[in-house]
Design a protein around this ligand. Structure first.
Ligand code: CA
Length: 175
């Protein structure tokens, strides 16, 4: 199956340049120029990676990333930022971005970053970490934390929480 990448970028030239370059590199690349539409596509399009501009109409890149993480989606996110400011980068990384690139960047550099990110996260995060809002469940280490604080659970409670987090947003029978 081919790797699917979503590009959320409102500057037509940059967006088209990325879309074309990534397509030529063998990826399925979709381009959307609006934050809110971008969030919608990222939620429903089963993307392997999202490339997010920070300054966007509708929701900005940070808000898009935050909404994705709050809904438990852990696909890697690469930020594009026009402003080379430390606080921007820190903010993006704190919100759960995997990497960032400062504009202007060369396509070769972007492609290299994309390959590294995809290599280190072949859905790896998704299969071992579940996140819903401030709740985090580490399947590999059998640990739960809320807002960064460890929560002790019995095996049964852990299993139940895992089920609820995996089915986040659904109504489940009591059993
Ligand atoms: Ca922009």
């Amino acid at each position: 199956m081919r790797v699917k990448i979503l590009i959320v970028e409102d500057e037509p030239k940059t967006g088209e340049y990325l879309r074309q370059g990534l397509s030529e590199a063998g990826y399925v690349a979709d381009l959307v120029p609006h934050g809110t539409d971008g969030l919608h596509m990222a939620l429903h399009g089963a993307y392997d990676l999202v490339i997010l501009d920070v300054m966007l109409p509708g929701l900005n890149g940070w808000q898009v990333l935050q909404s994705l993480r709050e809904r438990g989606l852990q696909m890697p996110v690469l930020f594009l930022t026009a402003r080379d400011q430390v606080e921007d980068r820190v903010k993006g990384l704190e919100l759960g971005a995997d990497d960032y690139l400062v504009k202007p960047f060369s396509f070769a550099e972007l492609l290299a970053r994309v390959r590294i990110i995809l290599r280190r996260s072949p859905a790896g995060n998704e299969s071992t970490m579940l996140r819903v809002a401030d709740l985090e469940l580490d399947l590999r280490r059998r640990r739960v934390s809320r807002n960064g604080k460890r929560v002790d659970l019995t095996a049964k409670e852990f299993g139940l929480l895992e089920l609820l987090m995996r089915r986040h947003g659904e109504v489940l029978p009591r059993s």
